[in-house]
Design a protein around this ligand. Sequence first.
Ligand SMILES: C[S@@+](CC[C@H](N)C(=O)[O-])C[C@H]1O[C@@H](n2cnc3c(N)ncnc32)[C@H](O)[C@@H]1O
Length: 310
Amino acid sequence: MSLPAHKLPAVGRIHLADNLEVLRTLPAGSIDLIYIDPPFNTGKVQARTQIQAVSTEDGDRVGFQGKRYRTIALGSKRFSDIFDDYLDFLEPRLKEAYRVLAPHGSLYFHIDYREVHYCKLLLDQIFGRACFLNEIIWAYDYGGRPKNRWPAKHDNILWYAKDPQRYVFNYEEIERIPYMAPGLVGAEKAARGKLPTDVWWHTIVPTNGKEKTGYPTQKPLGILRRILQASSRPGDLVLDFFAGSGTTGIAAHELGRRFILVDNNPEALAVMAKRFAAIDGIEWVGFMPPQEALTAATQADLFSATALGS
Ligand SMILES: C[S@@+](CC[C@H](N)C(=O)[O-])C[C@H]1O[C@@H](n2cnc3c(N)ncnc32)[C@H](O)[C@@H]1O
C-alpha cells in the first residue's frame, strides 16, 4: 500500500508505518536535517520492563528497616533488532534519505561499534567519501563491565553532508562546555567555555529522571539538542525515520524546528502520544492517539483525512 504524498507539516507529523513507504512519498530536497538511530542489529529483541516496588507484609524483598516489598511489572516495551541482512535493509532507506535531503542538508547516522564500519562503507557509496564530515563518539559510563575485554561504553554517530561545500554548521549556536583544565586558558576563555570536540561525554537517559519514557534504547535529549543546534536553523524541517520514543521531535520542537517522525512499532507511537500530548498541531498518520492526548477536535479530522489507506 502506498501513502498519499502529504504537504509538509507546519509543526510536526508522526507516522505509524514502515519508513521506506513514507520516505518514498517525501519530495526530493525537502528535508533540512536527518537524524536516525536505526536498530543496531544486536540480534536480540530490545525490551524494557518498568517495575514498581509495592510495600506489603508478604513481599519477597526486604528493604530498609526490614520493610517488605513485592515487585510488580508495570508493562514492557519492545522492538525486534534481528535482521538477516542488515545492510540490505538499510540501503534503500539511506538512498531515499539522500534523495529527500536539501542541497544544504545533512544526515547524522547513530550506530554502535559492531556495525559502524560496514555502515560507513555503505554511506560512502551513497553520499560519496568527500561528504563524510565527522565520526562523533558519544561516550558514557553506565551498565555492566565485562572482565574479558575493554568495556564498550560509546556509540558512533556518522555525519554526512549532501554537499561538503554548503552544509549548515552554526558554530556560534553550539552550547559551549567547560575546559578540562580551566586554569591553563585564562579567566575570560574559561568563563566562555569551549566548543565540544568530536568526543561527546554525556550521560545516558537517567534511569529515574523525568526524561525517561521507558522505551528501550531512548537517546538523551542533550545529544539531539546539540546536533539540531549545530546543523539546522529555526523553521527547518527535521526528519527521524527510526523515531522510537520521539526524542528528535521533542528537541526539534524545543528549538523551533518542524519535524517528521516515523516508526513501525505501535508501542513507540503510544509512547510518543504521551510525550507530545502537550504540543498543539501535531498530525498523526496511521495512528489514533488516545483521546486525552488530542488537544483540539480538529486533530481527529486531520487523522481521518491523512490515515493510511484513506
Ligand atoms: C534504536 S530505536 C530508536 C530510539 C530513538 N532514537 C529514541 O530516542 O527513542 C529504533 C526504532 O526503529 C524502529 N524501526 C525498525 N525498523 C523500522 C522500519 N522499517 N520502519 C520504521 N521504524 C522502524 C523500531 O521500532 C525502533 O523504535
